[in-house]
Write a protein that binds this ligand. Structure first.
Ligand code: FE2
Length: 433
């Protein structure tokens, strides 16, 4: 006896019109025409049913703080970091918790049910650490939250960061972070990568470092991160976030670097919305895009995820935690308009980040968690094109969020055209004349 059957589902990758059976919060079967008799049925009407969106890179401690205590006038990363420094003394644990919780409600509505958040550990009070650990426990029934100990002001540059980072890991943060390009010197950056990788290896931690988030083509900490991943045998457990300097690097150098990254098993996390707005700020024209070399990394077999990074905070004034907006921006900035490229952009906000986060039970195979999103779109490309509505968001087989289908009506000469901009809708519009 099944608890739920979702009928007529299109799946990522192209399978169409299959049924998904759910029992005890897990997927029990994915087959055409499952027998009737389940406790509940949802007809997906040949729309895309996908495992949830995964945001591999966001900052929940700063989210929704836009305008506190002022706006970022230059739009640069460095003014954002300075502004965050002005806000920090004013923060309370309660305010951080409340803003982050509100964002997670948006995430749930958007079908984003797994999130990796960096948490600044440079505040000696560790307010954000405690607030987000509490949030992680409280939202565990609906969102998987993975927390990174992130020395925002520099592992060596900020006195006390090293001790705070260890303290934050002991308190329950899971992943080791870093920011080598923000250390005082290239040498300090290199040494910070080595120290943090040693710590992660000793403690059996995952690693996700902000790495080379700069337009400086000589910022090459990704090289050290890659070599350390290889040396410690930590393939599949280490990610480099941003890697924007790779955009500006010499092509010959990159032709050596990318195969080494693939060999080491390191992953890349680009943040298209943020990279396209923060990078290139010192350029006149032409202006660099700043996003890392997504196509080339993917072609070499390096897992590439797209993260949202910021929502209404010192670094970015926009956003609603919609991972389809992220995928759409990544697609445009990376000129990834081929059919397989576009599908890969959908993968960059679903399966690939799930792999990078080492999520358990993610996917559409029997045995996986019944965490599913039904989109108002027939396939991945239509979902990105339309920023498709999340009609149903299911967590462990139960409805967590829902939205009405989006529709516009054009009234012409007594007739009405109901439009949802999908291909199926377009085909259903009768010819005029
Ligand atoms: Fe970030």
């Amino acid at each position: 006896m099944l608890d739920l059957v979702i009928r007529n589902a299109n799946l990522p990758g192209g399978r169409k019109g299959v049924d998904i059976g759910v029992r005890a919060g897990r997927i029990a079967a994915v087959e055409p025409a499952l027998p009737a008799g389940a406790a509940r049925e949802i007809d997906a009407t040949n729309r895309l049913v996908t495992p949830p969106f995964v945001d591999a890179h966001v900052h929940l401690d700063s989210t929704l703080s836009l305008g506190l205590p002022r706006l970022n006038e230059s739009g640069t990363l460095l003014e954002g970091i300075a502004l965050w420094g002005e806000l920090k003394p004013l923060l309370t644990q309660e305010a951080i918790y409340e803003r982050a919780r509100k964002l997670c409600l948006w995430s749930a509505a958007r079908g984003t049910l797994a999130i990796r958040s960096h948490v600044d550990v440079c505040d000696d009070r560790l307010l954000a650490v405690e607030a987000l650990l509490r949030l992680k426990r409280d939202i565990a029934p609906w969102i998987d939250l993975q927390l990174v100990a992130f020395p925002q002001d520099g592992f060596y540059r900020h006195a006390g960061a090293a001790g705070n980072l260890r303290r934050a890991l002991r308190l329950g943060l899971e992943v080791v972070g870093g920011i080598p390009h923000f250390e005082r010197t290239m040498e300090d950056g290199r040494l910070s990568v080595r120290a943090l990788m040693r710590l992660a290896a000793e403690e059996g931690r995952l690693v996700d470092m902000h790495c080379d988030e700069t337009d400086d083509p000589l910022s090459r900490h990704v090289e050290t991160l890659t070599a350390e991943t290889q040396r410690h045998g930590m393939g599949g457990r280490v990610a480099g976030s941003h890697l924007t300097s790779m955009h500006s690097m010499d092509n010959y150098y990159v032709s050596k670097l990318i195969p080494l990254m693939a060999e080491a098993g390191i992953a890349a996390i680009a943040n298209p919305l943020i990279n396209i707005t923060l990078q290139g700020r010192h350029d006149t024209y032409p202006k660099r895009r700043g996003m890392t070399r997504v196509r080339e990394l993917m072609a070499a077999g390096v897992p590439v995820a797209f993260g949202h990074d910021c929502v209404m905070d010192p670094w970015y004034p926009l956003g609603s935690h919609d991972m389809l907006e992220v995928a759409g921006m990544g697609l445009h900035v990376g000129q990834l308009t081929g059919v397989h490229d576009m599908a890969a952009c959908f993968g960059a906000v679903t399966q690939t980040p799930a792999r990078i986060l080492n999520l358990e039970g993610y996917g559409l195979e029997p045995g996986c968690h019944a965490d599913l999103v039904i989109l108002q779109a027939a396939d991945e490309i239509e979902a990105i094109r339309l920023r498709a509505e999340r009609l149903f968001v299911l967590r462990r087989g139960e409805i967590l969020a829902r939205a009405a289908p989006r529709e516009a009506v054009v009234e012409l000469g007594g007739g009405a055209y109901r439009l949802d901009f999908t291909r199926a809708n377009l085909d259903g519009i009768p010819p005029g004349g």
